[in-house]
Design a binder for this molecule. Structure first.
Ligand code: ATP
Length: 203
């Protein structure tokens, strides 16, 4: 692709976001700043085939929570492109559909946490993902990202690694707090907490 035609740098951050938490937002902000991204798209998965259990909240509720969380963040937006496609979400399909939606003048940067980056060799057409987007792997506490031990054929071997904010939080932990009726206000934006309470999610 000729770089002279690139007018927009777009981060693509896929996830279950069940629910979205401060770790996600901090990762996206760090990459946005570091790479000078014009836009970061939070792409909410429909169903992620690599996960052992299906998401707890519906796709519609997860999308709403992401929309609420990013509404006051310049350059951040939610995408329902995977939800609209239905079925299992494969990042290769996500990037192809986004390429059609965004057009050739946008350059895509796929943002993945270290844990997701390490599993990319099991993704559908993982070896072709670098043709569609530059991969940015972001550090995650407790997750090793050893680029030097990845074989050349591993999709993440071409990734740019950013240490990132290193916030030790997961959606699994947030769901646990909520089901124990403990506060999540330190780890989930207040407006999203309000939505969770109103909808009675994760109890
Ligand atoms: P769960 O605990 O339900 O598996 P999660 O917190 O890992 O959820 P996902 O929606 O599955 O959140 O993650 C979306 C993306 O965000 C993945 O690439 C994941 O690696 C990354 N990610 C999530 N939390 C963090 C974090 N605290 N630091 C760095 N990356 C993160």
């Amino acid at each position: 692709m000729s770089t002279s035609r690139i007018t927009k740098r777009v981060g693509v951050f896929g996830g279950t976001f069940d629910p979205i938490h401060v770790g996600h937002l901090a990762v996206a902000s760090a990459v946005q700043k570091e790479l000078g991204l014009d836009q970061v798209l939070f792409v909410v998965t429909s169903d992620q085939w690599l996960r052992e259990t299906p998401p707890v909240a519906s796709a519609g509720d997860r999308l709403c929570m992401v929309e609420i969380a990013v509404s006051d963040k310049p350059g951040f937006s939610a995408s329902d492109i995977d939800i609209k496609r239905e079925g299992s979400t494969y990042t290769f399909d996500t990037l192809n559909d986004l390429r059609d939606e965004l057009g050739e003048s946008s350059e895509m940067f796929l943002i993945v946490g270290a844990d997701s980056a390490m599993s990319m060799d099991r993704w559908k057409n993982g070896d072709r993902i670098p043709e569609l987007a530059s991969i940015v792997a972001v550090g995650r506490p407790g997750q090793d990202f050893q680029i030097d031990v990845l074989g050349e054929s591993h999709p993440a071997s071409s990734a740019e690694y950013l240490g990132g904010p290193m916030i030790d939080i997961s959606a699994t932990h947030v769901r646990g707090l909520l089901s124990d009726k403990r506060s999540v206000s330190d780890v989930v934006p207040g407006s999203v907490v309000d939505f969770i309470e109103k909808q009675g999610l994760y109890i």
